[in-house]
Design a protein around this ligand. Structure first.
Ligand SMILES: C[S@@+](CC[C@H](N)C(=O)[O-])C[C@H]1O[C@@H](n2cnc3c(N)ncnc32)[C@H](O)[C@@H]1O
Length: 275
């Protein structure tokens, strides 16, 4: 995808969503960092500027994806979770949530949520469920959690535990969006035994470079970023029980290999159970 002009794209269920390719969007910038193909010149430029400010962003994005996969494996395996609400899905990549979950438990049910029209156009790749389970995609905004909960109820049963996944998305909620209330609203709808899994770019890991990168992204990207420090990210888990090893740098959360553990990762990450 290299065209510079605005497109009218057709979504999987026939609707169309206009999108502007002249402004960088996070889903596409992130795809650029991950080595995908779904970005335009503006996204590449924003991605490159960010790399100049913080060269480890590429490894950090990969470490975040690896954390996501380990988390889903833990949730579907050890924690016995069969329902996932993955908000801020991103453009499909390696190890999408339903692929990892259903490789552990075929009957896993996954609802994906994102508000980016280009992610919507890729939704078909997320809807390849194992027949024993189910996947669905909702085009919605995290800032409207009630709407997400109402629509996800078509696939998810809130009488049984759900894993709410907020991977590298909460940095796009500013303080005025009340991100703590948004997370509290989502978790309040879930029964005991549910989980919250999240990762969040850190303000206090590689602080100087991360601040430079935030400035650069905020100049070039449609979705603004607010990086948070350890206590501010830990606050999202209030009232929940963090599983071992607690909230740590993303690459240090149950790494599968020494290489994973050693990867730079400027994100705080954790998984917690609702008592
Ligand atoms: C950095 S990507 C993370 C993708 C994936 N969760 C991961 O960790 O690999 C952030 C995603 O969140 C989405 N996003 C940002 N703000 C959002 C909002 N307010 N509501 C829904 N999705 C949002 C973006 O479109 C993008 O796809």
């Amino acid at each position: 995808m290299t065209d510079e002009w605005s497109h009218e794209v057709t979504a999987t269920h026939g609707e169309s969503a206009p999108f502007d390719t002249s402004v960088a969007h996070v889903a596409r910038v992130y795809n650029y960092w991950l080595g995908g193909k779904d970005y335009f010149a503006a996204d590449r430029a924003a991605g490159e500027q960010a790399i100049k400010a913080f060269p480890d962003i590429v490894l950090s994005a990969r470490a975040n994806r690896a954390f996501l996969a380990r988390t889903v494996r833990f949730l579907a395996g050890e924690a016995g979770i069969r329902q996932f609400l993955d908000i801020g899905t991103g453009i499909p990549s390696a190890n999408n949530t339903h692929e990892v979950a259903q490789s552990v438990a075929q009957d896993s049910r996954i609802v994906y949520v994102d508000n980016d029209p280009i992610v919507l156009t890729h939704a078909r790749a997320l809807l390849t469920s194992d027949p024993a389970g189910a996947t669905n995609y909702i085009d919605a905004d995290l800032r409207e959690p009630e709407q997400i909960l109402a629509r996800a109820a078509q696939v998810l049963d809130y009488d049984r535990p759900v894993a709410v996944m907020l991977m590298a998305i909460l940095q796009h909620l500013q303080e005025e969006d009340d991100p703590y209330q948004v997370v509290a609203t989502l978790m309040a709808a879930m029964p005991s035994g549910s989980y919250l899994a999240l990762s969040h770019p850190a303000k206090d890991i590689d602080a100087e470079a991360m601040a430079k990168m935030a400035d650069s992204l905020n100049k070039m990207m449609a979705e603004k970023v607010t990086f948070r420090d350890r206590p501010a990210v830990a606050r999202f888990f209030e009232g929940l029980d963090l599983v071992e090893p607690g909230m740590v740098q993303a690459s240090k959360w149950r790494p599968a290999t020494d290489a994973e553990a050693a990867s730079p990762a400027a994100l705080w990450a954790g998984v917690a159970r609702k008592p």
